[in-house]
Design a protein around this ligand. Sequence first.
Ligand SMILES: Cc1cc2nc3c(=O)[nH]c(=O)nc-3n(C[C@H](O)[C@H](O)[C@H](O)COP(=O)(O)OP(=O)(O)OC[C@H]3O[C@@H](n4cnc5c(N)ncnc54)[C@H](O)[C@@H]3O)c2cc1C
Length: 399
Amino acid sequence: MIDFSLTKEQTDLKERARHFAQEYMLPYAHYYDKTGEFPRPIIQKCWDEGLMNLGIPKDYGGPGLGAVEQCIVVEEMAAGCAGMTTSIYVNSLGAEPILVAGDEAQKEKYLRPLTEELKFISFACSEPGMGSDVAGIKTQVEKKNGHYVLNGSKFWITNAPYADYFTVFASLDPSQRHKALCAFIVDADSPGLKTGRPVEKMGHRASSTSSVILRDVKVPEENILGGEGMGFLIAMSTFAMTRPAIGAFATGLARAAMEYAREYVNKREAFTKKLREFEAIQFKLAEMYMKIEASRLLYLRAAWEADTSGDSTVPASVAKAFATDAAMWTASEALQIHGGYGYIDQYPLEKIFRDAKLYQIYEGTSEIQRLILARHVLDGYDPAMETLPKWVNMEPPDF
Ligand SMILES: Cc1cc2nc3c(=O)[nH]c(=O)nc-3n(C[C@H](O)[C@H](O)[C@H](O)COP(=O)(O)OP(=O)(O)OC[C@H]3O[C@@H](n4cnc5c(N)ncnc54)[C@H](O)[C@@H]3O)c2cc1C
């Protein structure tokens, strides 16, 4: 039987997240977007409310919730402020490599503290010269006197200046590409590790993004995740678990855009009629609703797969690619419905439009999701029609 309903616990969690988004995020979203300040008070409140680090297992002090529950929370929060939600959710991205490949001691040492007080863990994979091509990582790691030593630079690392820990990806030999990648847990106060000034961004301005410079950073041997050469697999497994949430982010943002548009068409008049009376406007709202409903089903399906099967790569790419394109379209059309008011900062649509764009870029661009899906259709997909009959057939059936 297929059941599309949420459990009582999931419904309660959704209500808590919705309340948090409306009470503590939305009223301050404009302020943090304008100033670009790091919204620490909001994130602290989120932590206090128990709405952060949701995937950390109970054994390490967390609530041990699955991808489905995390996505439900993320949809609500992204409807409040996309940038704040990115900074909140990045702890889950940063911690995921430890959940995927960490041993008991690593989990105890690095996951438990995240549940005891507000601490930040960032995911440091991308570099100035690469983002999509994870196997092309240039940050180098060498083993020396019982330590690993890291040298290189990371770029676009969310929350980097505030991070207590990083999960860092580096290569033993860049010419060996994915075979030589390793993943490490690195303490932010390690000598030789520096973070750059936050970069000015188009959207998600409430989330902080900067470089991380690694100069002869010594990492204890026991901080490697899963062993040498496991980095690529760990990165891909991490994305398979976290990409459904990007679908949920996009769904939340699109839902907010549609709701603002819905409110506006009920008030604004043109040609002596309310905008809601024009069929061209109604069709835009209908299209938004269809896309949002489909996005939600897709991210829930992907999250369910992440929780139940070992590999959610394909449904996660479907959800991420579809929902993020849907959000960009919805944000654009909702802005259009607001006319000139959509373009100025006295209404939320111009921020929503700027925020929407990032979803098509981070955690694997829309093109990378399509590459994954094209490979699946060509090489991984199990066709329903095993032997295709000859198409041109002039004989009627004789059964
Ligand atoms: C605000 C922000 C926050 C971020 N946070 C983090 C973070 O916390 N941690 C982290 O590690 N990274 C982070 N990133 C980096 C992000 O994941 C990368 O920007 C993203 O993966 C794309 O990489 P790139 O920018 O190097 O683009 P490139 O890989 O250079 O791609 C450029 C363009 O070419 C396309 N392209 C590339 N290869 C192909 C191909 N084979 N076929 C077709 N098209 C292709 C891409 O889709 C894209 O359109 C963040 C980025 C931003 C902007």
